[in-house]
Design a protein around this ligand. Structure first.
Ligand SMILES: [Zn+2]
Length: 113
């Protein structure tokens, strides 16, 4: 549910961008969403069409670029994707620690016409 206000923000930002460029419409918005960002790309997509109605973003394509989180192994420095039910490094078996990778949440690009 908390994707609703964030989707409103995305539409606002893209609209502002479109106005600044004197565009007649926003063609597409690319959004980067990490799997630990706390936001679900599909939910944003669901709200997007409703919120975009009547704005420059109406009919725009919302492209969600997912980022899978990675752990860093404290023993050997390996960066790896966590396996289900395990934090173990695939190279040496030590428990990996969370990194910033996967927390991304930002608009990567907006194209207008
Ligand atoms: Zn390791």
């Amino acid at each position: 549910m908390h994707e609703y206000p964030i989707t409103e923000n995305i539409v606002k930002i893209a609209e502002k961008h479109g106005r600044a460029a004197r565009a007649s419409r926003v063609e597409s918005i690319t959004l980067v969403v990490g799997d630990r960002s706390g936001f679900i790309g599909d939910s944003i997509r669901m709200y997007f069409d409703i919120i975009a109605e009547g704005t420059l973003c109406e009919g725009a394509e919302l492209i969600v670029r997912p980022v899978r989180s990675r752990l860093r192994c404290p023993a050997c420095g390996n960066m790896f994707h966590r396996q289900p039910l395990s934090f173990a490094c695939p190279d040496c078996g030590a428990d990996g620690a969370p990194t910033e990778i996967g927390k991304e949440f930002y608009i990567e690009s907006v194209t207008v016409s």
